[in-house]
Design a binder for this molecule. Structure first.
Ligand SMILES: NC(=O)N[C@@H](CC(=O)O)C(=O)O
Ligand SMILES: [Zn+2]
Ligand SMILES: [Zn+2]
Length: 425
């Protein structure tokens, strides 16, 4: 594979320093060593940030290539500034064996516009009954470190304990979709409160999330193992996480862009594009999530990019599939909700969207500072650029974009993965 040589001039780093960057051989080299006549990109007015890392992407391949493929999902990732995505295990077949994980990794090497890192299932078939082949997946060439039944909660306490015990041997992490299936059952599709009552939709109470997280952080303490909490959506969960971190428990957590911007009121029109799991919450939760991400109680952003074909989404609200797109708009939503209001600096944003996710997933070649010798994984950002979101203008095969028609920052100018451009405006 050839690696082009490119000199990027006059960019600013997240801390404000101006710099030139030389991309050569897939890594960053000393700009003073640039060959005469090298291709040059003028980045005056742009920020250069490490490539973003998404802990939570649904690529749908294998099994639902009508909704997304590894190719289209990673093109959407590159469009969003991402150079790596963790591919969730709820595909068909489920990623619950070493062979399945190796297959996803191979699809990534063949078709990926970003690094594709398979997530392994915690239980066979995501059924919540028997542990999957965690050790075989970890020792396979896919070197799986993140395990999740996402889409379902590992609700059996004994199984959750055993999963945490097991992954500790290889510094793995169990990423929990926290949803007590008795408190938030099959018909739960709207935050339990005034809106769910008025619309007659099944209620999904905030405590169905926080009670599972309260249990899991204590299991993480008992087992001295690593727990990650997917898509935190409630103020109560932020409180539990704050307590757990004060105890020194090895827990990390992510929040989605949509839970930082949208509220339960979005579902008042019964538009199923706003149907997502966990559900959109009232403003007091949104504010607690922003505060939690700002102070580091929530470590990272995970998009939960969840593409769905039209015929799965265009139903009455109660019958439609759960999930919304997120990769292409994530950075814009974070600029809008966190950077512009002064809750996160650009350096802190890089921690939440690149360095910390890479560390949680154990990715050595991602989330690195933009310094000589490091991998050339980076995104060029115009912090002032805005757009009106058009769902048709997307690399995703799906159109379930919850920001259609909304004006948002649209900062990504170009993305480079291993020194190669994967997106250029
Ligand atoms: N978030 C969603 O609403 N849906 C996800 C599953 C999940 O993340 O729980 C999906 O796979 O579609
Ligand atoms: Zn989930
Ligand atoms: Zn998910």
């Amino acid at each position: 594979m050839t690696h082009p040589t490119l000199l990027i001039t006059g960019a600013r780093l997240a801390d404000g320093r101006r710099t030139d960057l030389l991309l050569a051989g897939g890594r960053l080299a000393d700009p003073a060593s640039a060959p005469a006549g090298v291709e040059t990109l003028d980045a005056d007015g742009l920020l250069a940030l490490p490539g973003l890392v998404d802990l939570h992407t649904h690529l749908r391949e294998p099994g639902r290539e009508d909704a997304e493929t590894v190719r289209t999902g990673t093109l959407a990732a590159a469009r969003g500034g991402y150079t790596a995505v963790l591919a969730m295990a709820n595909t068909n077949p489920v990623t619950d064996t070493a062979e399945a994980a190796e297959h996803v990794a191979a699809l990534g090497r063949r078709d990926g516009a970003a690094q594709v890192v398979p997530v392994g299932a915690v239980t066979k078939g995501l059924a919540g009954e028997q542990l999957a082949e965690l050790g075989l997946m970890a020792r396979s060439s896919a070197a799986v470190r993140v395990f999740s039944d996402d889409g379902s909660c590992v609700h059996d306490s004994r199984l959750m304990r055993r999963a945490l015990e097991y992954v500790r041997a290889f510094d793995g992490v169990v990423a929990q979709h926290a949803q007590d299936p008795r408190l938030a059952g099959p018909d739960a599709c709207c935050h339990e409160g005034e809106v769910s009552g008025r619309l007659g939709l099944g209620g999904w109470p905030a405590v169905a999330e926080s009670t599972v997280v309260a249990r899991d952080v204590q299991l993480a303490r008992l087992t001295r193992s690593r727990l990650h909490v997917c898509h935190v959506s409630t103020a109560e969960t932020v409180e539990v996480l704050r307590w757990a971190k004060a105890q020194g428990i090895a827990v990390t957590a992510e929040v989605t862009p949509h839970h930082l911007l949208l509220t339960t009121d979005a579902v008042l029109g019964y538009d199923p594009v706003f149907k997502v799991n966990p559900p959109l919450r009232p403003d007091e939760h949104v504010q607690a999530l922003r505060q939690g991400l700002a102070d580091g109680t929530i470590d990272a952003v995970g998009t939960d990019h969840a593409p769905h074909a039209r015929h799965d989404k265009e139903h009455a609200f109660a019958d439609a599939a759960f999930g919304m797109l997120g990769l292409e708009t994530a950075l814009g939503v974070l600029v809008e909700t966190m950077v512009e209001p002064g809750l996160l600096s650009w350096s802190d944003l890089v921690e939440r969207m690149s360095a910390t996710p890479a560390r949680i997933a154990g990715l050595a070649e991602q989330g690195r500072p933009l310094a000589v010798g490091e991998p050339a994984n980076l995104v060029l950002v115009d912090p002032t650029r805005r757009t009106i979101v058009d769902p048709a203008d997307s690399f995703s095969l799906s159109r379930n974009n919850p920001y259609a028609g909304r004006e948002l920052p649209d900062p990504v100018e170009a993305t480079f993965w291993q020194g190669r451009p994967t997106f250029r405006r």
